[in-house]
Design a protein around this ligand. Structure first.
Ligand code: DMJ
Length: 465
């Protein structure tokens, strides 16, 4: 296999015009204790260590779960999401293996995918997860390796997913049977409706079939049209009636990547409608969700209609936002929010799933190996070259090795209070957490953000159009 990675450089400065930085929140003293990185940190050695941990995690999957969706590292057993495997870990991991220079492993992953992956299966899949992990992974895999089988698989998958858009509003149903096209799940949310345009849009550009982009764009446009007078979206919506089922607005799970894709859709496709939606959206969350509390900047929960605060909850998923702020040009806000995220990490030395930031207490104590805080540290390290983000990266790496490493791969933590280990290595750990950790230490030349946008599962999509 000829790997095309050498020509695949991802740059941070975007050639697209930038949104204007939104009004900065008042500056409060951040109480963040980041261990000094100092000139002594050997970045090359750290990058090598992350690469070797990635190799070991992949090898554990290959040994105990080959051909299946995910690895259970403690029981040495595979886990499949549905009756039949969709090779979710190999597809999610392929571009990480390529970009980290794990060439033999990348060759094996690609061969497995090309030989075994097929979508003519009588299984009802979750559209959002399959799009961000499998469709995204096939598209980036194609662009990095040049293997046309991967694009053919992506095109076949895209066609099988299209029935989701058949609701009266054009907003997608949550589930679709890959063989029959039968859809279900009319109760959906902004993330599942608005996190499709990067993958479907790229598929349109690479296949010359506009239908994918058009359906995904209509879906997000219909969602945006239902924003409240404050410019906010709620947490749950019926895609058949277009009525909101929950008015709770926040930037966490179920909403998060809706905002991410407005900005990134603009950057990848130059789409001015998405640019306008992004500017409106980010202005609304900065005005109504941002809160100064406990000496830092946070984004809480409010009623989308009244703006009344309903909870002071923040968590690991919200930690995607500093990365998006950097891409949107608001580096100062990104810095302040990443400080808050790191304070959350430091409560127990590894990240809890959720906290109440008014009391700085943990409300959900699991750590499912999430990548978002690592992703944001990478964007900030690139944008600022501030060594504190190298130090943060080392803190993340050391905690992962200490608490989440097993003899055969990495595993989720049931609790950051007890550090009790669960038994799953989610595919996004290889797709995202390890990739972004590597990027923190690797030279900036490994990524050319002038031409590449990462989807929400860290799959790099290269603008070749
Ligand atoms: C990933 O699948 C994606 O990053 C998604 O946007 C959110 N959840 C996980 C990681 O936490």
């Amino acid at each position: 296999m000829k790997l095309l990675f050498s020509g695949f450089v991802v740059l941070l400065a975007c050639s697209q015009p930038r949104p204007t930085a939104s009004t900065a929140a008042p500056v409060a003293p951040a109480q963040v204790r980041v261990p000094a990185a100092g000139p002594g940190m050997d970045r090359e050695a750290m990058a090598r260590r992350v690469r070797e941990e990635t190799r070991a995690a992949w090898n554990a999957y290959a040994k105990y779960a080959w051909g299946h969706d995910e690895l259970r590292p403690l029981s040495h057993a595979p886990r499949d999401w549905y009756r039949e495997s969709l090779l979710i870990t190999p597809v999610d991991a392929l571009d990480t293996l390529v970009m980290l220079g794990l060439t033999d492993e990348a060759v094996a992953a690609r061969a497995l995918i090309v030989e075994k992956l097929a979508f003519d299966k009588d299984i009802e899949v979750k559209n959002f997860e399959i799009v961000i992990r499998v469709l995204g992974g096939l598209l980036s895999g194609f662009q990095l390796t040049g293997d046309p089988h991967l694009l053919a698989l992506a095109d076949d998958l895209g066609t099988r997913l299209l029935p989701v858009f058949g609701s009266p509003t054009g907003m997608p149903y949550m589930f679709v049977n890959l063989k029959t096209g039968k859809v279900s799940g009319a109760k959906s949310n902004p993330a599942e409706i608005g996190t499709l345009i990067l993958e479907f849009g790229t598929l349109s550009k690479l296949t010359g079939k506009p239908v994918y982009f058009d359906k995904a764009k209509r879906a997000v446009t219909e969602l945006y049209a239902r924003r409240s007078k404050l410019g906010l979206v709620g947490e749950e919506i019926d895609v058949e009636t277009g009525q909101w089922l929950s008015p709770t607005s926040h930037i966490g799970g179920g909403i998060d990547s809706y905002y991410e894709y407005l900005l990134k859709g603009w950057l990848l496709f130059g789409d001015e409608d998405l640019a306008r939606m992004w500017r409106d959206g980010v202005a609304a969350i900065n005005e109504h969700l941002a809160q100064e509390a406990s000496g830092g900047l946070w984004y809480g929960e409010v009623d989308m209609t009244t703006g009344k605060v309903t909870a002071t909850a923040f968590g690991s998923l919200q930690a995607f936002l500093p990365a998006v702020f950097v891409l949107g040009g608001d580096v100062e806000r990104a810095r302040r929010l990443e400080d808050s995220c790191f304070r959350m990490w430091q409560l127990r030395g590894i990240e809890p799933e959720a906290i109440d930031y008014s009391t700085m207490t943990i409300t959900q104590d699991g750590y499912p190996l999430r990548p978002e805080i690592i992703e944001s540290a990478w964007y900030l390290r690139r944008a600022t070259q501030d060594p504190q983000y190298l130090a943060m990266g080392k803190a993340f790496f050391d905690a992962l090795v200490t608490h989440a490493r097993t003899p055969d791969g990495y595993t989720v933590l049931k609790s950051v209070e007890t550090m009790a280990q669960g038994d799953l290595m989610p595919s996004y750990f290889l797709a995202e957490s390890l990739k972004y950790l590597y990027f923190i230490f690797a030279p900036d030349t490994v990524v050319d953000l002038d031409h590449v946008v990462f989807n929400t599962e860290a799959h790099p999509l290269r603008r070749t159009w």
